[in-house]
Write a protein that binds this ligand. Sequence first.
Ligand SMILES: CC(C)(COP(=O)(O)OP(=O)(O)OC[C@H]1O[C@@H](n2cnc3c(N)ncnc32)[C@H](O)[C@@H]1OP(=O)(O)O)[C@@H](O)C(=O)NCCC(=O)NCCS
Length: 156
Amino acid sequence: MKWFSDAEVIHFLGRTAPVTMAEEERWFRDYERRTDEQIFAIEVEGNHIGNLGLHKVDRVHRKADVGIVIGEPTLWSKGYGTEAMRVALRYAFDVLGLNKVSLDVLEYNIRAIHTYERLGFQREGLHREDVYKDGRFVNVMRMSILARELEETPSP
Ligand SMILES: CC(C)(COP(=O)(O)OP(=O)(O)OC[C@H]1O[C@@H](n2cnc3c(N)ncnc32)[C@H](O)[C@@H]1OP(=O)(O)O)[C@@H](O)C(=O)NCCC(=O)NCCS
């Protein structure tokens, strides 16, 4: 709730995130029943700093969407997002046997796009003016990575 009430965090997210405890509890109850979603905590030295979710896991076409948030802005750009995403992609490709993982990112979220491209994500297309954000329409970029494209180079 703290993360998703922080304007600095929400600025980079495409949708209005849940903010009340009731909404969070409802979301969690729904999540427990779903079989096409897996949400992970990102932990650093035992501290929960963010979440990463595999959504719409499709066993037929062997694909999923991914979303990530590090909830504390002071912890951005320290390599945690790249590391978490690499671990999640390895899990998606090697353990779940997926072929493709996709995501949507606001066009102005340069840090996120840079992070994804370093891992091997490709730009797939642009949803024009897809989100109304802070009084203006924003383009949303669709990106994806195939199992054979995951960049293994460790972070510096
Ligand atoms: C996007 C996010 C998950 C990335 O995780 P992170 O831990 O901050 O990212 P990392 O430190 O692993 O990598 C960030 C990269 O972007 C680069 N970067 C940071 N700010 C940048 C900027 N303004 N322009 C270009 N590159 C930038 C960093 O140099 C680093 O690249 P490098 O490893 O080649 O040096 C995290 O910043 C976050 O949760 N942001 C808020 C929510 C969000 O945007 N979620 C994603 C929605 S699609």
